[in-house]
Design a protein around this ligand. Structure first.
Ligand SMILES: *Cc1c(COP(=O)(O)O)cnc(C)c1O
Length: 438
């Protein structure tokens, strides 16, 4: 069954003139009005840019400035009373996000919390979920993982007086492409068997944009008795997620990429509710994770708040949380179903354009199967690093903002809340121009 939004895109006749085709898609786009809810950055020459970089830093929702201003006003007018009074009392400010975050990652309200930043949350949850024993001590990640994730797991292994040489497994893609087959992970998990303590994988891999099969990987890991964490940095706000249903043990993410909550925005964490009542689970604690009902009695014993809230440490930075409210309101309003339908249509359009105009001079590293990708297209420029850099610089100079990953990958992420089909057409035209020119 096709979703009505997908049908609406499919009904537009495929024209050989990509320019007219893009215009027809944009005219039929049910999410078109969301673009105006963002401040879209300008290019180097001060002209509006085609912003395809939400995979790195999402553009600012216009309402974000008002949310920050509201906190400043509350502080200036109420002082300490702002903890309990005002439109959004700071004491429970983080709960503004609970329902929206639960929807975004497919969780129960008690399973999610906005706190800290991604790598901090990763360490906090590894403290709980990586408890190596003499037999079960290994962590499985993907080869070429984001450096911070690799640093976090190798330092945790070291922290437990073990060596990455013995305790770290890095799964390399088995095929000729740089994409993993789900079987690559399942086979590695089964091979590790009862030596495997933890699987830590990305929901969407940052470099090639591949979305992994969370359900199958989680089941495989649980079958050998291991726990499973997912890093959703590139998945949240990008692809539909069902963390609770798929049985993932924990997850962490940031909100400054697709979610557009601002540079260094407060991150998120998920802890499956099967772990909420586990009294044997250890954690690193702070007063903000103490049950709110008794927190301010200031007693010496720690009593965890129910659910993911119980992993909080500190009185949170309210100013840094504020923009998240503006961002999540847009995701709630648009809905992941409509966003996903448009994202897939943008991607299909971009791939047809690239095939028609760039041919074999560009290799698309991101899988084409719809379940195995999100917004991002990772493009390898054939011809080496220097050639690739020049192509990338041509794009930047012509106001197409993507990003570069050494040695030869350009990442472009058409995002359904603000990217137009017409912009994708222009971006690929600039890319083809560059390939011809340099
Ligand atoms: C963006 C990203 C990070 C960034 O971590 P911070 O702690 O937010 O700086 C970490 N891991 C992955 C996979 C990422 O994509």
């Amino acid at each position: 069954m096709q979703h009505p939004v997908a049908l609406c895109f499919m009904r537009c006749i495929r024209m050989t003139n990509f320019y007219s085709e893009a215009a027809a898609y944009d005219a039929a786009d049910p999410l078109a009005t969301f673009r105006d809810c963002f401040c879209l950055p300008l290019g180097a020459d001060g002209k509006p840019a085609i912003y395809l970089c939400g995979n790195s830093l999402g553009p600012m929702p216009k309402a974000a400035a008002e949310e920050v201003a509201a906190v400043m006003t509350q502080w200036s007018t109420l002082g300490v009373r702002g903890h309990h009074e005002g439109e959004h009392a700071w004491l429970v400010y983080h709960r503004r996000f609970t329902a929206s975050l639960a929807r975004l990652v497919g969780a129960h309200d008690s399973e999610v919390v906005a706190m800290n930043t991604l790598t901090v949350n990763l360490h906090l949850l590894l403290a709980s979920f990586y408890r190596p024993t003499a037999i079960r001590h290994r962590i499985l990640i993907e080869a070429g993982a984001f450096p911070s994730d690799r640093h976090a797991v190798t330092s945790q292994i070291d922290w437990h007086d073990r060596r990455p040489e013995d305790s770290l497994i890095e799964v390399v893609p088995s095929g000729p492409t740089e994409q993993w087959h789900t079987e690559d992970f399942v086979t590695a998990i089964e091979k590790a068997g009862d030596t495997l303590a933890l699987v830590l994988l990305p929901g969407v891999q940052y470099r090639n944009g591949q979305a992994l099969d969370i359900a199958i990987i989680t089941t495989a890991a649980h079958r050998v008795g291991a726990l499973v964490g997912f890093d959703l940095a590139h998945a949240v706000g990008n692809v539909p997620l069902q963390l609770h249903e798929h049985g993932v043990d924990f997850a962490i993410w940031c909100h400054y990429k697709y979610v557009s909550a601002g540079p260094g925005a407060i991150g998120g964490a998920f802890v499956h509710d099967r772990h909420h009542v586990n009294v044997d689970l250890k954690r690193l604690t702070g007063w903000w994770g103490h049950d709110l009902a008794t927190r301010f009695r200031m007693g010496p014993e720690f009593q965890a708040a129910t659910g993911a809230d119980g992993w909080q440490l500190s009185n949170p930075p309210i100013l840094s949380l504020a923009p998240l409210a503006a961002a999540l309101a847009l995701f709630d309003k648009a809905g992941m179903t409509a966003m996903r339908a448009k994202s897939q249509a943008l991607d299909a359009f971009a791939r047809r354009l690239i095939a028609a105009r760039c041919g074999s001079r560009i290799e698309i590293l991101t899988p084409s199967a719809s379940a195995a990708r999100g917004c991002q297209l990772s493009l390898r420029v054939i011809g080496g690093r220097e050639h690739g850099r020049r192509i990338f610089e041509h794009l930047t100079a012509h106001n197409v903002i993507g990003d570069w990953r050494d040695p030869d990958v350009i990442r472009l992420a058409p995002m359904p809340l603000y990217t137009q089909f017409a912009e994708v057409e222009v971006a690929v035209t600039r890319l083809a121009e560059a390939l011809n020119a340099v």
